[in-house]
Design a protein around this ligand. Structure first.
Ligand code: TNX
Length: 527
């Protein structure tokens, strides 16, 4: 290239921009709120160009006489205390808080819609987080958390003062159901691992955790009236290793831990297929009256309850009664998938009757999309995983849909052919493919008005521990969270991937073993 005067001035301009960027990175003064990498992307962000500093004496003020709101204050204080070394008191008081405070309030949430919506006003002297319900305040706290440096996630003392860029965020989700599923049947995961999983969902504003509690390989929830389900049926897992199960006390502990994070547990008892663990535990549930062997392989579709025997319905009624009593959430999931060993003429009356049992215990039914072959009862939700035809049939019967199409949303699908774990029967799902689809146009004729939300299931045939869970879940989970929260018209992979890249440091700080997809421009610092 000829060294003209014009060229030289372009070079000088570029050099100037590079230096300016370097300077702004080094000083680490967050002053432009619109530049923050928030996932899911909020509805509206405006910046005012200054910063709020957390100082000695910064306290959290609770306005509104509400126990749950107070708990959100404790939750925020527990994040801030170890990293600041300050006291961070949580004070319930209607009085005007002093300068330097963080205020959590159920008043004045102007322009905020829904229970999970929130408004975050960050000024130089105060932060005010307002919502119409404690759930919204909790969601706003997750945003605030992402405005702090990634190192906060280590939970260790940070010497420099913590600063947050000033401005206003108003936000609310598109869908009311935003969740993931964990299959604890094929491989069993301890309570502590489930709690970690819950923390990951909470960080990205997901609000539902579906636990796949029974399958051919293991029964994982204590049922006091049928104790052999867990004693025998929970004793193994895929590969032949020891299984495990949750006692009712442990299950309640999980439910409460989730509830404190505004997450609802949806328990699944899969039937009439995927029932070998139960069939092996009680001979009377089998068609021939003979108990099966425990199964530790990964085939599907070979087991069925005896749909023609009354003892089967007594069994289901007992199980659902105990489970419903332990579950504050509105849904019980009854599976219904891949019942290849149940005749269609038996499947239909069975699913009809089991829906009635769930309703008789005061709960609504969730089931895989095959439920559409039966009479879908009012309030039943069909979870679409494979069949668009079933989805259309379900909507035709007035049902709402939960979107979990395997080709897009299955967390057990490999990213590519080199992924060391996972399956690929529904295809490979790289991070961009998992993100770039719209639930409301995925199936022709099924729009947003028919859909309650999105769920990303993690099946565990190949996944045996938390580290492996993390590899399949991250970094795809934040994308599913954003699909559920942010309008399709505000989403775009090329912009999202930059925000996601900045979360690499957060994953590192949280100790998450994530897949470093080549499609995401991870910053060099988190290498
Ligand atoms: C299909 S998805 C299944 C599960 C398997 C999964 C593996 C569904 C309702 N049934 O039994 O674990 O594929 O990806």
């Amino acid at each position: 290239m000829k060294r003209t005067k014009k060229n030289r001035s372009i070079v000088t301009l570029i050099a100037g921009i590079v230096i300016m960027n370097l300077v702004s990175c080094n000083t680490e003064l967050p002053t432009d709120l619109t530049k923050a990498s928030i996932i899911p992307k909020p509805v509206s962000v405006t910046a005012t160009g200054e910063a709020f500093t957390i100082k000695e004496g910064t306290d959290i003020y609770i306005q509104g006489d509400n126990e749950e709101l107070k708990k959100t204050g404790d939750y925020l204080a527990a994040i801030l205390r170890p990293v600041t070394g300050y006291e961070i008191n949580v004070i319930s008081s209607p009085d005007l808080p002093p300068s330097g405070s963080i205020i959590l309030t159920l008043a004045g949430a102007e322009g905020v819609s829904g229970q999970e919506g929130y408004r975050l006003d960050i000024a130089k002297k105060t932060i005010t987080l307002s919502a119409t319900a404690p759930a919204g305040v909790f969601m706003g706290i997750q945003t605030l958390r992402q405005l702090l440096p990634a190192s906060v996630e280590k939970g260790k003392l940070i010497e420099e003062p913590l600063k947050i860029a000033t401005g206003t965020i108003t936000d609310n989700p598109v869908y009311s159901y935003r969740g993931a599923m964990l299959d604890v049947s094929r491989h069993f995961f301890e309570v502590e691992d489930v709690k970690k999983f819950i923390d990951y969902l909470a960080a990205y504003k997901m609000n539902m955790l579906h636990l796949h509690l029974s399958d051919d390989q293991g029964w994982r929830i204590e049922i006091k009236s049928w104790p052999n389900l867990t004693v025998h049926g929970g004793s193994k897992e895929v590969g032949g290793g020891d299984g495990g199960f949750y006692t009712q006390e442990q299950y309640t502990d999980i439910v409460n831990y989730a509830k404190d994070r505004f997450i609802t547990i949806v328990p699944e008892i899969d039937m009439p297929g995927h029932t070998n663990a139960a069939l092996s535990s009680y001979a009377e549930l089998n068609i021939g009256g003979k108990a099966t062997e425990l199964y530790t392989g990964t085939e599907v579709g070979f087991s069925t309850l005896n749909t023609k025997s009354e003892i089967t319905y007594k069994f289901i009624d007992d199980v659902i009664r105990e489970l419903a009593a332990l579950t504050p959430g509105e849904y019980i999931h009854i599976g219904g998938d891949e019942s290849h060993s149940t005749k269609k003429e038996d499947y239909i009356p069975f699913m009809n009757r089991v829906q009635d049992i769930v309703v008789s215990h005061g709960k609504k039914v969730l089931a895989w999309d095959e439920i559409a072959l039966s009479t879908v009862k009012p309030g039943t939700i069909a979870q679409v995983w494979a069949s668009e035809k079933n989805a259309t049939l379900a909507v035709g019967q007035g049902a709402k849909i939960l979107m979990s199409p395997a080709k897009k949303a299955y967390l057990d699908m490999q990213y590519d052919k080199d992924t060391p774990l996972g399956l690929h029967w529904a295809g490979y799902i790289e991070v961009d493919a998992g993100y770039s689809w719209d639930p409301a146009t995925y199936i022709p004729g099924i729009g947003q008005e028919n859909i309650i939300g999105i769920e990303a299931p993690l099946w565990s045939e190949t996944v045996t521990n938390l580290e492996q869970i993390e590899l399949m879940v991250f970094p795809r989970l934040p994308g599913y969270a954003e699909i559920g929260w942010t309008p399709w018209t505000s989403r775009n992979w090329d912009e999202y991937k930059l925000r996601l890249a900045n979360h690499g440091e957060r994953f590192d700080a949280m100790g998450i073993n994530y897949y470093r997809s080549k499609l995401v421009p991870w910053p060099a610092v988190s290498e």
